[in-house]
Design a protein around this ligand. Structure first.
Ligand code: HAM
Length: 426
C-alpha cells in the first residue's frame, strides 16, 4: 500500500493550512457579524435521527441523505441542514425563553449530491435564525445579517444581490392567474424550475401538470418575470394580492431604511426547494450569475410545531462556504494567510541553547510568536531558517552579548542590528 492508494472521498475536502486559514477567515466574519446583531452561537450533533428530515425538509434533501442503520438499529443521518436540528433543540427548551430568540451556528453539513462547481458532499453553512417573531422586521433583520456577512468579507453590491419573494404572494398571484387551489403544489414546483427549463417545457408543464389553458400559461410566464410594481398594477385591486403586496413593500421599506435597498430585487421565481417555507423567501447570488446561490433562506412558521415544539414563527438562512469561497477567489478577496513569526531565536554556540529557550518562552508568554532551530546548527544555517520561516527579527544569543546583559536583534528585512536588554525581554 502506498499513500496514493488512499484517496479522499469524492466531494470531501482536506484543509491544509492555507485552505484552513481561508475557511477561518470566512468563519471570523460570519461570527463577528452575527454577534454584532445580537445573536448567540449554538451547535448540535452531526448525527441525527432520519425521521427529523423525512417529510419536513422535502424530497430533494431526503434523496441526498447520508443515512445508515447504527449498531443499535437506529436509522440515522449525517445532518444535511441545520434547520430541523434548530427546531428540535428549541422544541425542548423554548417555552421558558424570552422571545425573539436570535441564534446562529456554523455546522458542517453532508449531502450526497452529484459533485459539480459549488456543490460538494460536505460544506460548512452559516445559519442565522430568529424564532418567535412573525413580523416582517424579523425577515428584514436576518437578510441584513446575511448581506453584512458578505460585506465584512469585502464584497459589495456590485458583487452580489438578494432575490426575494414571498410564497404567500406567489400563492395569491397564481390564484389570480387561474391556478386552482389543488394545483398549487404542482404550480410551485414548476415555478421553482422555471429558470432551469426552456420556456416550451415550462408552458407544457403549466398545461399538463397545473391545468392552465395555453393563454393562461403564457400570461403566467410573463407575470413571473415582473417586479413588484408590475404585479401591483396588474392584480393590486384584488384584496388578496393587494394585502401581500403591502406586506412585501413593508419588508422592503425596512431594508431601505437600513440602507440596503441596492442589494434587493423582487423576483417571484425564487421559491426555494425546501418544503417548510411559508412566507418571504430569498437567495443571494453573484451579480454576474456565474455561480449557484451563495445563500438561501426564508420564513418557516410551522416547522417548530411540526417537530413537536411550541408553535413559534421563525425565519432564517443558510450561507455555504463553497460558493462563497469561489466568489471571494474570483474577486481576489482571499485573505493573507502567511504565517507570522515575530522572533527566531539563534543560540550562537550550543552553550547558549538553554538561555535561548528561556528567552523564547518569555517572549511567547508575552504573546509573540517565536521559533528556533530544533537541532544544533551554525549561525548561518539558523539565519537561513529564520528567513525561510518568514521571521521578522532574529535574536542572536551569544556569549559576549549575554555577558553584557543583551541579545542582538537582527531585522530580517534589511539586516540592521540593535541590542535588546535581557531585562526588557523578561
Ligand atoms: P439550502 O438552500 O439548502 O438551505 O442551503 C443554503 C446554502 O448552503 C446554499 O445556498 C449553498 O450556498 C449552500 N449549500 C447547500 N448545499 C450545498 C452543497 N452540497 N455544497 C456546497 N454548498 C451547499 C438550507 O439548508 C436551509 N436549512 C437554510 C435555512 C436556515 N433556512 C432557514 N434557516
Amino acid at each position: 500500500m502506498s499513500a496514493s492508494d488512499f484517496q479522499r472521498l469524492p466531494g470531501f475536502r482536506d484543509f491544509p493550512p492555507d485552505e484552513l486559514a481561508f475557511r477561518n477567515r470566512i468563519f471570523e466574519s460570519w461570527r463577528r457579524v452575527a454577534l454584532r446583531y445580537g445573536f448567540s452561537e449554538y451547535d448540535g450533533p452531526p448525527l441525527e435521527a432520519l425521521e427529523l428530515y423525512v417529510e419536513k425538509s422535502g424530497e430533494e434533501i431526503v434523496g441526498q441523505l447520508y443515512n445508515f442503520t447504527d449498531k443499535g438499529g437506529r436509522e440515522v443521518v449525517l445532518r444535511p441542514e441545520m434547520t430541523p436540528s434548530l427546531a428540535r433543540i428549541l422544541g425542548g427548551m423554548s417555552r421558558g425563553m424570552s422571545k425573539p430568540i436570535r441564534w446562529f451556528s456554523m455546522p458542517q453539513l453532508f449531502r450526497y449530491e452529484r459533485q459539480q462547481r459549488g456543490r460538494l458532499r460536505e460544506h460548512f453553512q452559516w445559519n442565522v435564525d430568529i424564532v418567535g417573531e412573525a413580523g416582517v422586521a424579523a425577515d428584514a433583520e436576518v437578510l441584513a445579517v446575511g448581506i453584512d456577512g458578505l460585506r465584512d468579507l469585502g464584497l459589495t453590491h456590485e458583487d452580489f444581490y438578494a432575490r426575494v419573494s414571498d410564497r404567500r404572494l406567489l400563492t395569491t398571484v397564481l390564484g389570480a392567474a387561474g391556478v386552482a387551489e389543488e394545483s398549487m403544489p404542482a404550480a410551485f414546483t414548476v415555478v421553482d424550475k422555471v429558470e432551469r427549463e426552456t420556456e416550451d417545457r415550462t408552458l407544457a408543464r403549466l398545461r399538463d401538470e397545473v391545468g392552465l389553458s395555453e393563454p393562461d400559461a403564457r400570461s403566467l410566464v410573463e407575470i413571473l418575470g415582473e417586479g413588484l410594481e408590475g404585479i401591483a398594477s396588474r392584480f393590486g385591486s384584488r384584496d388578496d394580492v393587494g394585502a401581500e403586496v403591502t406586506r412585501l413593500k413593508d419588508y422592503l421599506a425596512n431594508l431601505d431604511a437600513m440602507g440596503l435597498g441596492d442589494f434587493i430585487a423582487v423576483d417571484l421565481r425564487i421559491v426555494r426547494g425546501l418544503a417548510y417555507y411559508t412566507g418571504i423567501v430569498f437567495e443571494l447570488f453573484d451579480r454576474q450569475g456565474a455561480l449557484r446561490a451563495i445563500c438561501g433562506g426564508g420564513r418557516y412558521d410551522r416547522l417548530l410545531e411540526l417537530v413537536g415544539g411550541e408553535p413559534l414563527p421563525a425565519v432564517g438562512f443558510g450561507m455555504g462556504d463553497v460558493v462563497l469561497g469561489e466568489l471571494l477567489k474570483d474577486r481576489d478577496l482571499t485573505p493573507d494567510t502567511t504565517r507570522r513569526i515575530d522572533y527566531f531565536v539563534v543560540p550562537v554556540t550550543p552553550d547558549q541553547r538553554g538561555e535561548a529557550l528561556g528567552i523564547a518562552q518569555k517572549l511567547r508568554a508575552r504573546g509573540h510568536s517565536v521559533a528556533y532551530a530544533l537541532r544544533e546548527q551554525g549561525v548561518g544555517k539558523q539565519l537561513k531558517a529564520a528567513a525561510k520561516e518568514g521571521a521578522v527579527e532574529a535574536l542572536l544569543v551569544g556569549p559576549d552579548e549575554l555577558a553584557r546583559g543583551v541579545v542582538t536583534s537582527r531585522k530580517m528585512s534589511d539586516g540592521s542590528e540593535r541590542d535588546l536588554l535581557l531585562q526588557e525581554l523578561a
